[in-house]
Design a protein. Structure first.
Ligand SMILES: *Cc1c(COP(=O)(O)O)cnc(C)c1O
Length: 296
């Protein structure tokens, strides 16, 4: 569903948001797209266990756990940070994943860094038996194929398509399915020099670029300015944004529109990739730091 944002800019630029966050109550937004063909493939291989990786607030972990429950697959989540083990049930994301039936396995940050090495995968296979492996963030070729279904024929009239970028899988699918006349703008939420190369590898050349100035200090970092923006946007539009991804992208797009980045009469489509499950955990952090909370 596309929703027009009630904001006007001097050069008649319009902003619309695609509500991928409404695709499913628990397998939200781009994670639904990224899981779809992977689950099909896993079932085709006769594999009934999904194993994947993520941090304590990971949208991917929550979505994989919910998808496992829905499709009757066992799920195993390898979680970064062995110190979390004892307080996992105080973490809303991990509690949700466990309630969906995901088996949580905590490893140290050092071990997590080596998680994709063949030795570590072999170690996991000895421990858990056979599984279908989804990489961290869920990005692989089948995930990108799923993300090619975000844009539809109804979106062909937009001049610019904007999306938050983590691993780059989602924006790669968007780039592959965008029309020749459409420019795709990706808004990385983390500092990663290799991202452009990754996206070029997944999606090839084309009419796209990354806007690197709206990561707000890096992955999972939020500022008072960002929280104030999110709450104002929610009040004005009724649309909740997530603090890790979509809020940074929407903030960036509005800022760029105000500064005259877009040509006259540009029709800009922003992709709401979901991630709202992360708000509860983020608010616990903000509360601990005595900062303003995100309204929902
Ligand atoms: C995971 C996620 C992204 C980033 O997707 P990538 O494919 O890793 O770039 C963007 N938005 C939300 C809400 C997410 O959960």
């Amino acid at each position: 569903m596309n929703q027009l944002i009630p904001l006007s800019f001097h050069n008649n630029v319009s902003l619309t948001i695609k509500r991928e966050d409404l695709l499913h109550p628990h397998i939200s937004g781009n994670k639904f797209r990224k899981l779809k063909y992977n689950i099909e493939e896993s079932l085709r291989q006769g594999n009934t266990t999904l194993l994947t990786f993520g941090g304590a607030y990971s949208n991917h972990i929550a979505a994989a756990a919910a998808a496992g429950k829905k499709y009757n697959l066992q799920t195993i989540g390898i979680i970064r940070g062995d110190e979390l083990h004892d307080k996992a049930m105080q973490n809303p994301t991990l509690k949700f994943a466990a309630d969906c039936g995901m088996k949580l396995h905590f490893i140290s940050r050092e071990a997590y860094r080596d998680k994709h090495t063949p030795e570590f995968i072999a170690h996991l296979q000895r421990e858990f038996g056979e599984f279908y492996l989804l990489p961290e963030g869920g990005t692989n070729a089948l995930a990108i194929k799923g993300c090619e279904e975000i844009l539809t024929v109804e979106d062909s009239g937009f001049t610019h398509i904007c999306s938050a970028v983590g691993t780059g899988g989602t924006v790669s699918g968007i780039i592959k399915s965008a029309g020749a006349g459409q420019q795709v703008l990706g808004f990385p939420v983390l500092k990663n020099e290799a991202l452009s190369d990754d996206i070029a590898k997944f999606a090839g050349q084309g009419n796209w670029k990354l806007v690197n100035s709206y990561h707000f200090g890096g992955y999972g970092k939020v500022t008072e300015e960002l929280v104030t923006f999110m709450n104002g946007f929610y009040e004005k539009t009724g649309i909740p944004l997530d603090p890790v991804y979509t809020a940074k992208m929407v903030f960036g797009v509005i800022d760029m529109a105000e500064k005259g980045f877009f040509p006259d009469n540009a029709k800009v489509l922003m992709i709401h990739t979901g991630g709202l499950q992360g708000i509860e955990g983020m608010n616990l952090e903000l509360k601990r730091k005595k900062l303003s909370l995100i309204k929902i």
